[in-house]
Design a protein around this ligand. Structure first.
Ligand code: SAM
Ligand code: SF4
Length: 364
C-alpha cells in the first residue's frame, strides 16, 4: 500500500485510506496536493471563474438545524422576504454586469404559498432576461412535483448540501425527527437528478464530533453520487444555536480553514470536471479565503446581490463578511481577488458544469 502523499497523488483512483492520508497532510505535504489540484483545474476546467449573483431570498425557515443562525428556533432574528421587484432589480444588475447566472437561496418552506411565489419569481426573471440568466436554486428538500415545477419555470441547477454523509453525525447536528430525515435528504438529491437539474451538494468542515474518516467518507459520497457541483466550507459557530455549546472542542479556525482548502483541492483531483464554489465561509476564516480556494481548484464565485437592508437577517454564522457592501463594491473587490488568484472571469456565460454535459452526452 502507498503511504506518502506524493505516491498517493499519482494514483488514478483514491481509496478511503488514501483520502485519510491526504486530509492529514502537514503544511509541507499539503502544498503538493494544492499544486496537483491547480494543474488538474487548469487542464480540465481552465482558468475561467463564473459569477453567480446570490440573492438570499428569505430567512423564514421551517427547520431547526442545530448549526444555523436562521433556524426556526432562533427567536431573536427578524424574519424577512425579499420582494419580487427587489429580486428583479438584482437580476437586472446581474445582467448589466455580465454575470451569467443567479443563485437564489432561502430558508426551507414547502407550503403552497411559498412554492407558488418561487415559481412566479422564476418566471419573471426568465421573462426579464429573455431566458438568458441561468438560475441555481438552493431551497432545501421539496417534493418531486415542486422540483419539476421550478425546473419548468426556469431553474436548472440546484444546491442541496448533505451536510454530512455519515447518518450518525447528521443526527448530532440535526434534530432526529421526520422533518430532518437523512434518508429524505438523500432521496431529494436523487429526485433532483431524475428531474434533470445540474445537482450540487456539499458538507460543512470542522463540525463538532466530525472525524477525518467522516470527511474521507464525504468525498467518496460525492464520487458515488456522481455530482455535478460542490459547495463546501468550514463550519462556523453561531451563538444562538445549540451547537455553540461545543465551541471549545472545535479545531482552531486556521486548521479548519486549511482542512476546508484540502477538501476542495482533493475533490478537484478526484472529480476533475465538476464545478466547485469558493464559498463565503472560506473568506470568513481567512481574508483571502476565496482566492486561495480558486487557486486550489474552485471555479465558481457567488457575489452577494441581496439588498443590504436584509443582510443582517441572513447571518448563518458569526463574522459573515461583506454584510454592508453594496453589490458594486462587492463586484470590484471580487474582480481584484480573482485576478490576484491568476484567473479570469467568464462574463455573460452560464458556465455550467462540464461534468453535467458529459453525463448527458453519455446518457443519449
Ligand atoms: N435552507 C437551505 C438548505 O439548508 O439547504 C438553503 C439555505 S442554508 C442557509 C445553506 C447552507 O448554509 C447549508 O447547507 C449549510 O451548510 C450552511 N450553513 C448553515 N449554518 C452554517 C454554519 N454555522 N457554518 C457554516 N455553514 C452553515
Ligand atoms: Fe433552515 Fe437551511 Fe438553516 Fe437548516 S440550514 S435551519 S434548512 S436555512
Amino acid at each position: 500500500m502507498d503511504h506518502s502523499v506524493e505516491q498517493i497523488l499519482n494514483k488514478p483512483v483514491f481509496e478511503r485510506e488514501d483520502l485519510i492520508v491526504l486530509l492529514n497532510a502537514d503544511k509541507k505535504e499539503r502544498e503538493l496536493i494544492f499544486r496537483k489540484a491547480a494543474e488538474v483545474k487548469k487542464e480540465f476546467v481552465g482558468n475561467k471563474v463564473y459569477f453567480r449573483g446570490l440573492v438570499e431570498l428569505s430567512n423564514i425557515c421551517s427547520k431547526n438545524c442545530y448549526y444555523c443562525g436562521i433556524r426556526s428556533g432562533n427567536k431573536v432574528v427578524d424574519r424577512y422576504f425579499v420582494s419580487d421587484d427587489e429580486v428583479l432589480e438584482a437580476a437586472r444588475y446581474a445582467m448589466d454586469n455580465g454575470y451569467g447566472s443567479m443563485v437564489i437561496q432561502s430558508g426551507e418552506r414547502t407550503d403552497k404559498v411559498f412554492v407558488k411565489k418561487v415559481t412566479n419569481m422564476l418566471e419573471k426573471i426568465k421573462a426579464l432576461s429573455d431566458g438568458k440568466l441561468g438560475i441555481t436554486l438552493s431551497m432545501g428538500e421539496q417534493t418531486e412535483e415542486t422540483y419539476r415545477q421550478w425546473y419548468a419555470s426556469g431553474a436548472h441547477r440546484y444546491l442541496l448540501r448533505i451536510e454530512s454523509s455519515n447518518p450518525d453525525l447528521y443526527y448530532k447536528i440535526h434534530p432526529n425527527d421526520a422533518r430532518h430525515s437523512f434518508d429524505y435528504r438523500l432521496n431529494a438529491l436523487r429526485l433532483l437528478r431524475k428531474v434533470g437539474y445540474n445537482v450540487g451538494t456539499g458538507v460543512m468542515i470542522g463540525l463538532p464530533f466530525q472525524t477525518i474518516d467522516d470527511l474521507a467518507g464525504d468525498l467518496l459520497f460525492f464520487r458515488d453520487m456522481d455530482i455535478d457541483m460542490a459547495g463546501m466550507g468550514p463550519y462556523i459557530e453561531h451563538k444562538d444555536t445549540p451547537l455553540y455549546q461545543y465551541r471549545n472542542i472545535l479545531m482552531p479556525k486556521a486548521d479548519r480553514f486549511y482542512l476546508s482548502l484540502k477538501m476542495v483541492a482533493i475533490l478537484r483531483i478526484m472529480m476533475k470536471d465538476i464545478n466547485i464554489a469558493a464559498t463565503t465561509a472560506m473568506q470568513t476564516l481567512d481574508k483571502q479565503g476565496r482566492e486561495k480556494a480558486l487557486k486550489v481548484g474552485a471555479n465558481i464565485i457567488m457575489p452577494n446581490l441581496t439588498p443590504v437592508k436584509y443582510r443582517e437577517g441572513y447571518l448563518l454564522y458569526e463574522d459573515k463578511p461583506c454584510i454592508n457592501e453594496e453589490a458594486s463594491e462587492c463586484k470590484n473587490c471580487l474582480e481584484a481577488r480573482i485576478h490576484i488568484a491568476g484567473d479570469e472571469i467568464g462574463y455573460g456565460e452560464w458556465g455550467d458544469s462540464k461534468h453535467f454535459a458529459a453525463r448527458k452526452q453519455s446518457n443519449n
